[in-house]
Each structure stands twice: as structure tokens, then as C-alpha cells.
Ligand binder design. Structure first.
Ligand code: PEP
Length: 255
């Protein structure tokens, strides 16, 4: 059975020392039972990855990056490659977060190219999709997400899908304190699972992990994580506090 995944996206927050401190506190406070029943991932900034990797050793908590290049190596100033991330201890990489799409112009094609590069380099992509507030109000949110899924997954094989995680993150719920109701989230997860089943068959559709992201916190995690079809959470702001992040992790196992 698929375990739920609780992933913390630290975004452009925390110095190296602060990242080390937060990682140490998460390792110390994460409930032992939860770490067996739930998968836990932290995604610090690039410069903290190696140090965090050392601290996570034997903790059962996994490490991921927030972005990567779709190029192997070479003259791409300011970029970071998949091989650098695996060498730093990463197992996962977040691809196509709405902040990357909005501020750095990442298109579905770039998201696809990065996801393919991650997969062929031994990294598991967490591919983010989700509609803006305007798109929800215009009632075109399903069409938007359908395009993000079909273009984002282009060329990804059946076998590779076992390493793909999707994160449904309505843009209007990220960092705003607003979140989708459990029903809205559950309905969209069902819709996305239907798209994946349509492309890859129902076995892969059922097995693919789909996370919810958007202002998940210690208070609302329980009802969101146990709404139907939600396989975990991608957590931003609340992942920066060890105690709150650990409470969210516990909520994934409690019924
Ligand atoms: C995110 O960064 O993916 C996110 C969901 O942020 P927040 O939890 O702060 O809304």
C-alpha cells in the first residue's frame, strides 16, 4: 500500500546554520511511529543540502531539492544539475512549483524537460500543477490542470511513473492562508487521477501519489489528509517550524 508523503518546501528561507538547526529539530521531534507509517521529505535551499543530508542519515527522513536544470552541465551560470543534487544526497526534486512558473517563466514544456532529466538521472520529481484564482473563478481550472498534466508528463514511460509524484497546489491557496476545502481538494485529486489513469491505465493511476499543497498547517492537516484520494501534502510555511511540521506528519497517520 502507498504510504502518505509529507514534504516540506523551505523555499528561499533559512541560512545554512538555521537549516541545520531546523533539520536537527525535525529529526529529534519526528514521532517514531509516524516515520514508519508515513514518508517524510525536506527540501531546503541548495547550499544547505549537503549538511542536511549528513544530519538526516539513519533518520528515515528523505532529502529533496526545490528545482534543477534540465541541462547536464556546462555554461549555464547560476543553474544546478541533477547529478549535483544526487551527489548532495537528494532523492527527490520539486519541479514546476507555481512560484517557478510565475516568477521564472517555467512553462509546461520546461517542467516536462526537467522532469524527464530528473527521472533519467535517478531523481524522483514532484511535479506541481494547479490553477490561479482567476482560472478557478472562470471555471477553467480543470482544463488548465489537464494541460499541465498532459504536457508535463509527455514522454514519461509507464515504468518511470512509479518515481513520479504529482502535487496539486491551487495557486490561490499557496502562502495565502486560504485553502481548498477537503471536498475541492479531493475532487481535483480524483480528476487528476482520472487523467493519469486515462493515459497510463488504472493501475498506474491508482498507484501514483498525488499530494495536496496550499496553506496546510497543524490545524487543517488532519481533515485534508484524510479527504479521499489525498496521498500526502506539500507544505510551505508550516514546514519551517519543527513542531508544526511534526504535528502535520502525525496527522497523516491518525484517523
Ligand atoms: C508550497 O510552497 O508548495 C506551499 C504549499 O506553501 P504554503 O504551505 O506556505 O501555502
Amino acid at each position: 500500500m502507498k504510504k502518505k508523503l509529507i514534504a516540506g518546501n523551505w523555499k528561499m528561507n533559512l541560512t545554512l546554520n538555521a537549516s541545520i538547526e531546523l533539520t536537527g529539530n525535525i529529526v529529534k521531534n519526528v514521532p517514531k511511529k509516524s516515520i514508519i507509517e508515513t514518508e517524510v521529505l525536506i527540501c531546503p535551499t541548495f547550499i544547505a543540502l549537503s549538511a542536511c543530508s549528513t544530519l538526516l542519515k539513519d533518520s528515515g527522513i528523505m532529502l529533496g531539492a526545490q528545482n534543477m536544470s534540465d541541462k547536464d552541465d556546462g555554461a549555464y551560470t547560476g543553474e544546478i544539475s541533477a547529478s549535483m543534487l544526487t551527489a548532495a544526497g537528494c532523492e527527490f526534486v520539486i519541479i514546476g512549483h507555481s512560484e517557478r512558473r510565475k516568477y521564472f517563466g517555467e512553462t509546461n514544456q520546461i517542467v516536462n524537460s526537467k522532469s524527464l532529466k530528473a527521472l533519467t538521472s535517478g531523481l524522483k520529481p514532484i511535479i506541481c500543477v494547479g490553477e490561479t484564482l482567476q482560472e478557478r473563478e472562470d471555471e477553467i481550472y480543470e482544463a488548465i490542470v489537464e494541460k499541465q498534466i498532459s504536457e508535463g508528463l509527455a514522454g514519461i514511460s509507464d515504468e518511470q511513473m512509479s518515481d513520479v509524484t504529482i502535487a496539486y497546489e491551487p495557486v490561490w491557496a499557496i502562502g495565502t492562508g486560504l485553502n481548498a476545502t477537503p471536498k475541492q481538494a479531493s475532487d481535483m485529486h480524483k480528476f487528476i487521477r482520472g487523467l493519469i489513469s486515462g493515459k497510463y491505465g488504472s493501475e498506474i493511476g491508482n498507484e501514483t501519489r498525488i499530494l495536496y499543497g496550499g496553506s496546510v498547517n497543524a490545524k487543517n492537516a488532519g481533515e485534508i489528509l484524510h479527504a479521499g484520494g489525498i496521498d500526502g501534502a506539500l507544505v510551505g510555511g508550516a514546514a519551517l517550524k519543527a513542531e508544526e511540521f511534526c504535528t502535520i506528519i502525525s496527522s497523516a497517520t491518525e484517523k
